[in-house]
Design a binder for this molecule. Structure first.
Ligand SMILES: [Zn+2]
Length: 142
C-alpha cells in the first residue's frame, strides 16, 4: 500500500518540543510523552502535563496501533500541494495505551470511525537531506 506524496508538501518546522517526534519518525519510531506523576500519555510534546500540571515528561516509544476516533475524507485539493494526493482521509487516532494523534489513513475508502489501524512511515525525500522528513500515516489493520 503506497501513500501518494505531494511533491511540494511543506516540511515540518522543528523546534525543541517537536524535534524528538520527527526524529523518531525518521527512525521508524513513534515517540510521545508520558507524565512521570499521573502516567497519562500525551501528544504533542509540551513542557507540562495538561492533566495534572506536573512540569516535564518522559519520552516513550509506542507501537502506534490504535482506533480511528473520527476522520475527514477530502475529494478536492485544498491547496496546490495536495492536488496529487486526493482523495485522502485524515483521521484522529486514539493510540492503544493513551494519546491521540492525526494522520492520513489508507485505504481511503475504508476509513471509518472505530476501525483498527497500524502505523505507516512515509518518507518525503528532498534534494537537500536536511529537508527530508517522514510523515506518520496509518493503514487499516486486518
Ligand atoms: Zn500528569
Amino acid at each position: 500500500m503506497t501513500f501518494a506524496i505531494a511533491p511540494d508538501a511543506p516540511a515540518p518546522d522543528l523546534d525543541e518540543w517537536s524535534g524528538p517526534f520527527w526524529a523518531g519518525l525518521a527512525e521508524r519510531r513513534i515517540v510521545i510523552q508520558v507524565c512521570p506523576v499521573c502516567t497519562r500519555r500525551r501528544f504533542p510534546r509540551m513542557p507540562a502535563c495538561p492533566y495534572c500540571g506536573t512540569a516535564g515528561g518522559d519520552d516513550v516509544e509506542v507501537p502506534g496501533t490504535g482506533t480511528v476516533y473520527s476522520f475527514v475524507r477530502a475529494h478536492r485539493a485544498l491547496t496546490p500541494a495536495s492536488g496529487t494526493i486526493v482523495p485522502y482521509a485524515v483521521a484522529t487516532v486514539d493510540l492503544d495505551g493513551g494519546a491521540r494523534m492525526f494522520g492520513r489513513v489508507m485505504p481511503t475508502e475504508d476509513c471509518a470511525i472505530g476501525v483498527r489501524v497500524e502505523p505507516a512511515f512515509v518518507d518525503h525525500p528532498a534534494s537537500d537531506v536536511a529537508s527530508a522528513w517522514t510523515e506518520l500515516c496509518f493503514t487499516i489493520s486486518g
